[in-house]
Design a protein around this ligand. Structure first.
Ligand code: ACO
Length: 155
């Protein structure tokens, strides 16, 4: 992907890009638990969103990336990393002290990317994917159980 990426906030009158958000979360119901309280940021190609992330403030000090996704065809080209840097920039500018993100315990690629971008594991939410979703979720043949929480200090 060439040049600087223009990532912008989705306006309230625009459609929520569920097709992208569903790459990172299993069900619309799960997304709807956070999306109306989140700021949504998108990257577009030919006026269509091709990447998204959603930021939700937990309190005055901490803000969470609730969802981050890149269209399948464009994955592996550095866009995910750019979204994480954009989120870091906005969270820092917003005066937050830490940025957090959670991911499934078996999602190695995501865990590597987040740690390369300065996030550190600080908690594991046991049985999160069993307690919060109606059906078992499998990734690479392994059942998702726990949510690994990572934090990046912005100070
Ligand atoms: N295989 C293994 N690791 C890879 C691959 C690959 N094919 N592609 C990227 N990576 C890893 C590497 O560590 C890479 O770093 P490097 O360039 O130094 O090797 C790093 O990821 C950065 O890759 P990007 O190209 O920036 O990542 P991408 O644009 O693909 O975005 C994302 C990453 C958002 C996870 C994307 O792959 C995606 O949308 N996946 C499906 C949805 C998802 O799982 N979202 C996260 C769920 S958690 C949450 O939403 C809070």
């Amino acid at each position: 992907m060439q040049g600087t990426l223009e990532i912008r906030r989705l306006r309230a009158d625009e459609q929520i890009p569920y097709n992208l958000l569903l790459l990172a979360d299993e069900t619309v119901e799960a997304i709807d638990r956070y999306i109306s309280q989140s700021e949504i940021y998108i990257l577009e190609r030919d006026k269509h969103p091709v990447a998204v992330y959603a930021l939700q403030a937990l309190d005055g000090e901490c803000i969470e990336i609730k969802n981050i996704a890149v269209a399948e065809k464009l994955q592996g080209q550095g866009i995910g990393r750019s979204l994480l840097r954009d989120a870091t920039f906005r969270a820092t500018r917003g005066g937050y002290q830490s940025l957090i993100i959670g991911t499934g315990d078996v999602l190695t690629r995501q865990l590597i990317l987040y740690q390369k971008e300065g996030f550190e594991i600080f908690d594991v939410r046991r049985d999160f994917f069993i307690d919060n979703y109606p059906a078992p979720i499998y990734e690479n043949g392994i059942q998702l159980r726990d949510m690994v929480m990572l934090k990046k200090s912005l100070r």
